[in-house]
Design a binder for this molecule. Structure first.
Ligand code: CP
Length: 320
């Protein structure tokens, strides 16, 4: 399914309450700010994550049809810190291997009285299809194809908000494989909703949005022009698993033209923060000295993923 054919309308009930988290299009600034505020309230003054009982007696199933380190494990930790039971469904040994359809698998898990499904899948819109087909389970999209990665964007917004006060005044550069990135798609949506107007997308032409989309946003193919005076530099991985053979760049040439080096970072503001959703490929999209340097908040993003995922599950579990 093409991403512009996917609707998130089903994620809100008739009174505007969040009942699934499928994507960020359709969510208001109030929705996003509320999630960030709840996430912030789960972090104590020393930066430690709190524990709660809000999901006591609830069961969460993690269904990752694609590999994941950060998202799967932080969802599991988040569920446990809110006192839920967690099942990591072993999809390699599940009945999907005996041709059971995904919907029948989901209905079977629903019959086991699971309250929330966390789903990652390579197919655009798969979590939306499950949400349409399943009655009483909240669906959390943990990344669908090139469409959306809403909890990643929310943890990115929380991380930015911890360092920069006003989204409206920010210049944000997103560098790399824009066209295949569900993270870029959700981050752009979140930044726009929170009021950022100076969003710069920097990519080689085959990995950049098409001309029509670039009318509404600032597209660059020169990283040195694109990151000038930026407050935030987000680096993306080359998502080779989603590229055609002809699109796969030579890594050394890619680094030479688009890699974030210390020299290039000096073109951004001195207090610019460097972000990356991970996994990072050192020497391909980012130099190690930058990934591990004083401007980098890459590992902070990972920790914030737990708080944001706790917050989203808490909000979905509310019945008021
Ligand atoms: N950022 C992110 O989605 O990482 P994982 O693939 O490790 O979950």
């Amino acid at each position: 399914m093409k991403t512009d054919q996917i609707s998130n309308a089903i994620q809100l009930d008739s009174s505007g309450r969040l009942i699934h988290l499928l994507g960020l299009e359709g969510l208001s600034k109030k929705h996003l700010t509320n999630i960030l505020d709840v996430a912030d309230s789960l972090i104590d003054s020393n930066g430690k994550l709190k524990k709660s009982k809000v999901l006591d007696n609830m069961s969460i199933a993690n269904l990752f049809f694609e590999p994941s380190t950060r998202t799967r494990n932080t969802f599991e930790i988040a569920a446990k810190r809110t006192s839920a039971n967690v099942i990591n469904v072993d999809l390699k040994n599940s009945a999907t291997k005996k041709n059971e359809s995904i919907i029948d698998t989901m209905r079977t898990l629903e019959a086991m009285q699971i309250d929330m499904f966390v789903i990652r899948h390579k197919q655009n819109g798969l979590p939306h299809m499950v949400a349409e087909s399943i009655g009483n389970v909240s669906i959390l999209n943990a990344g669908d194809g090139i469409n959306a990665h809403p909890t990643q964007a929310l943890l990115d917004m929380l991380s930015i908000r911890q360092h920069k006060k006003d989204f409206k005044k920010l210049s944000v550069a997103i560098v790399g494989d824009i066209v295949h990135s569900r993270v870029a798609h959700s981050d752009i949506q979140a930044l726009k909703t929170l009021g950022t107007t100076d969003i710069r997308l920097i990519a080689p032409p085959p990995l950049q949005y098409d001309a029509e989309k670039c009318v509404a946003i600032n597209c660059y193919d020169d990283i040195e022009k694109g990151i000038e005076d930026c407050d935030v530099v987000m680096i993306l991985r080359l998502q080779k698993e989603r590229m055609l053979e002809a699109e796969i760049p030579n890594e050394q040439e890619y680094f030479d033209r688009y890699g974030l080096s210390t020299g290039r970072l000096a073109l951004a503001k001195p207090d610019a923060i460097v972000m990356h959703p991970g996994p990072i490929n050192r020497g391909v999209e980012i130099e190690s000295s930058v990934a591990d340097g004083p401007n980098s908040i890459i590992l902070k993003q990972v920790t914030n993923g737990i708080a944001v995922r706790m917050a989203v599950m808490e909000i979905l579990a509310r019945k008021d």
